[in-house]
Design a protein. Structure first.
Length: 100
């Protein structure tokens, strides 16, 4: 694997935990999850996820702000949360398979 599996897995794990716990709105929990993912760059994800994972640093991108989460609909926030969980699942599966 060419991406840094352990770092990526750890950040996604923390993001998923932010989504799963607490009584804050989904938008607020998603904001906290995005802070966990913010240090990651696209190259730190498997190629098949690089274009779809939200909150990943991309040059020339304005990114998300706390206000953008506050103004987000519940449906959009849930969709983004699902994308984070799906990315975590993909990386966790890769992490469990030994490098060849």
């Amino acid at each position: 694997m060419s991406y840094r599996t352990h770092t990526t897995w750890e950040r996604l794990y923390k993001a998923v935990r932010c989504l799963a716990r607490g009584t804050d709105s989904i938008q607020k929990r998603l904001y906290y999850a995005s802070l966990e993912l913010a240090p990651l760059q696209a190259e730190e994800f498997p190629e098949e996820l690089r274009d779809s994972i939200p909150f990943v640093y991309r040059p020339n991108s304005d990114g998300f702000t706390e206000e953008s989460f506050t103004n987000m609909t519940v449906d959009v926030a849930c969709k983004l949360a699902e994308e984070i969980v799906d990315a975590y699942d993909t990386v966790a599966r890769d992490y469990c398979v030994p490098d060849k």
